[in-house]
Each structure stands twice: as structure tokens, then as C-alpha cells.
Design a binder for this molecule. Structure first.
Ligand code: ADE
Length: 245
């Protein structure tokens, strides 16, 4: 998976060297290359932004440095890249979107700063616009890092146990079941007996029931998007009965 980044603060991406993303980078399964639009400016002040035509607050990122940074990134891409702009105006990024990115293999992420970018770049160069949520960040860098993190852990070989990715929260559309580790009893609270039973079929059923129940309680919006089969409906009903809902 190749990511080309266009950003005014490329050093922010250094923190991808930690943890799971770092593993992907070290193993060469994920590549992140950055281009700073400031390096493509033509004036001695290396100006990347200017006042918006028509007036109004804030500054807008100028087209020319962005266009040239994008061109450099395109040339370096191992295959035809999808060019993505991160902004609060984009489609909402979620687990399904992360899976979609994985298929693309080469993605350029353009992180904006200030009030936005010149519309002509959006029209000419941007294939897709994505948002990581309904709030305004001071720049697209963190959003780009969220995308890189969520996609990288899906690249085969990046996460140690492949299973743990398919059992992630949301990969099935449901929230994750409750998890416990040693000791068996902590502050008078015991690990549910079923998890100590060694019966994998029963454990699997219990986990699915908990996932359904938790999703019903915490994220009913996710459950509404799903078509539960008869068995899942039965497990959810059992969860409601057992917990007196
Ligand atoms: N840039 C600023 N806010 C953002 C958001 N919520 N998502 C993606 N990019 C952004």
C-alpha cells in the first residue's frame, strides 16, 4: 500500500513510525512519502496561501504550489493513484471506506490547512473528498493519519495475527464483544464462566450475542443498517431477556 502525502507539516507523519503502522512501514508493506507544497512555491517568501477573492475571513491555499506538489507525487506513485482531499465537506470515512482504500493500492492524500484549498484544484485534481467526522480540525494531516492507520492495519501481514483484524470492532458491522485477561477475579469481579469453559462453539456464540447486545445498546444506528438473520435475532433477544431490557 502506497500513500503519497501533500502537507504543509509533513513532520507530523513521523509518528506513524510507532506501533502497528510502524511495523507496516518497517516491513515495507506500507510506504508513506511526503511532499510539502512550500517546496514548490515561486516567491522568496515561499507563500502557500492568500486572501479569498470576494473577501471573508481566513486564507486559502493557492493552486500552483498544490498542483505542482500533486504532480510530483503522481510521478512517484507506483501505479495510477487515487487523489483524495481530506476535509469536513467530504464523505464520512468509516471501516467500509478503509476497506475500499485498501483495494486502491496507491493513494495521494492532500491535507489542507487554513480555510481550504482553491476550488480549481478540487475540480481538476481531486478524485474523492473524505471527512473523518463532523468537526473541524486545524489541518488535514491528522485526518490523513487516521486514514493511513485504519487502512494499514488491513494490509495483510501488518497486524501480527490476521484473525484479530477480521474480529475487529466494526469489521462485521457490529461492536466488539467484551474481553478479559488475567486474573480470573479482580476486585470481586469474575471473568464470565463461559470464557473459561474451553468450549469454542459456546464461546463464539456468547461473543456474537454480546456483540449484538452491545451494538443494540450503544450504536443502534449500526444495527439498523444490518439485516440480522434468524439466529442473530434470537441471540439478540436472549441478550435483552438476560439483561432485563
Ligand atoms: N480537515 C479539517 N477537518 C477535517 C475533518 N473533520 N475530516 C477530514 N479533514 C479535515
Amino acid at each position: 500500500m502506497w500513500f503519497g502525502i501533500i502537507a504543509l507539516f509533513p513532520e507530523l507523519f513521523d509518528s506513524l513510525a510507532c506501533g502497528v503502522t510502524g511495523r507496516g512501514l518497517k516491513k515495507g508493506l506500507v510506504t508513506v512519502e511526503t511532499w510539502n507544497p512550500r517546496s514548490f512555491t515561486l516567491d522568496k517568501h515561499r507563500t502557500v496561501d492568500d486572501k479569498p477573492y470576494g473577501g471573508g475571513p481566513g486564507m486559502v491555499m493557492m493552486a500552483q504550489p498544490l498542483a505542482e506538489a500533486l504532480e510530483a507525487a503522481r510521478k512517484a506513485a507506483p501505479q495510477r493513484p487515487t487523489v483524495v482531499y481530506l476535509s469536513p465537506q467530504g464523505k464520512r470515512f468509516d471501516q467500509k471506506a478503509a476497506e475500499g482504500f485498501l483495494e486502491k493500492k496507491a493513494v495521494i492524500l492532500l491535507a489542507g490547512r487554513y480555510e481550504g484549498i482553491d476550488e480549481r484544484i478540487l475540480e481538476a485534481d481531486i478524485d474523492e473528498e473524505w471527512s473523518i467526522g463532523d468537526y473541524v480540525l486545524s489541518g488535514g494531516e491528522l485526518a490523513a493519519m487516521v486514514v493511513i492507520d485504519a487502512v494499514s492495519r488491513l494490509v495483510p501481514g501488518v497486524v501480527k495475527e490476521e484473525d484479530s483484524v477480521s474480529q475487529d470492532s466494526l469489521s462485521s458491522g457490529l461492536l466488539k464483544y467484551p474481553q478479559y485477561t488475567r486474573p480470573e477475579e479482580y476486585k470481586n469481579k469474575k471473568v464470565p464462566d463461559v470464557l473459561l469453559s474451553g468450549n469454542h462453539r459456546v464461546i463464539e456464540d456468547w461473543r456474537l450475542k454480546q456483540s449484538l447486545g452491545k451494538t443494540w445498546l450503544k450504536r443502534p444506528d449500526l444495527l439498523k443498517k444490518m439485516q440480522l438473520n434468524k439466529y442473530q435475532q434470537q441471540l439478540l433477544q436472549e441478550f435483552k431477556d438476560e439483561n432485563e431490557f
